[in-house]
Design a protein around this ligand. Sequence first.
Ligand SMILES: [Zn+2]
Length: 273
Amino acid sequence: MSLFDWQQSLLQCPFDGSDVIVADRAAQCVRCERTFPVQDGIVRFVVPDLEHLQDPDEWRWKQSEMEARNEQASFYDRLIGLMILTPLEGPMTVKALFPDTQCVPLLAEIGCGTGRMLVRLASRAQKVIGVDISFESLRKCRERLQAAGKRDYLLVHADASFLPLKSASVDAVASCQMIEHLPSDRMRRKAVQEMTRLLKVGGRFALSGYHWSWLVRWFGPKEGVHKGGIYYYRFTRDEFLSLIPSEIKTEKLTSIAGYAWLVSGVKVRGQSG
Ligand SMILES: [Zn+2]
């Protein structure tokens, strides 16, 4: 299965930002000549070299999450917490990202997992990109997009802190409860900067992540590890707002049932440097 021109034109090497040429079985960077496997139409940018861009703890936690998510991919959507939360979170996220009835040409979701939100967000975009660190989740996501009749999608296996996508290429970017699983403040900030980099000026932005509310204090600590080895961090209001780079003008911050923060905004200027 080969990629379409529009899909290939969005991709770049996560190491040096150069173009990649996509063939049937692999993509290759035109500068560093690293190759990235292509499997089931998904380009796999999570390669061992990424380890060298992170510290050993960061990489270890990400590996641990990747394994847990791959194992969970077949039953993730039936987890009881998500079955309760998604009917509330879905419409809130769509509304935060698109306050009016607009539909955009291209939307990206970073940390799309099995697609529980992407399939909803896709109703407001002609084309969608889904990025996740779990390949098995992406395969589930593809089935779900196909079942929903969505044909123009690009799924990318990548690390949120090193996105293999071109700058200023998308009209809307969302990330739903992914950011709390990145294992350091440095990686969390880098991921939000990467999401911002993808956006065109004027593009829409929405980010949600665990809320350190009075409610959830009953259930667990501020920072910890879920079953299966998935790291998490719960944010205070100030911590969550501090993740947003100055290029994004924040419009609204709400809490989804005391469980997650949801912030939305618009990119008002390009990034310097
Ligand atoms: Zn390269």
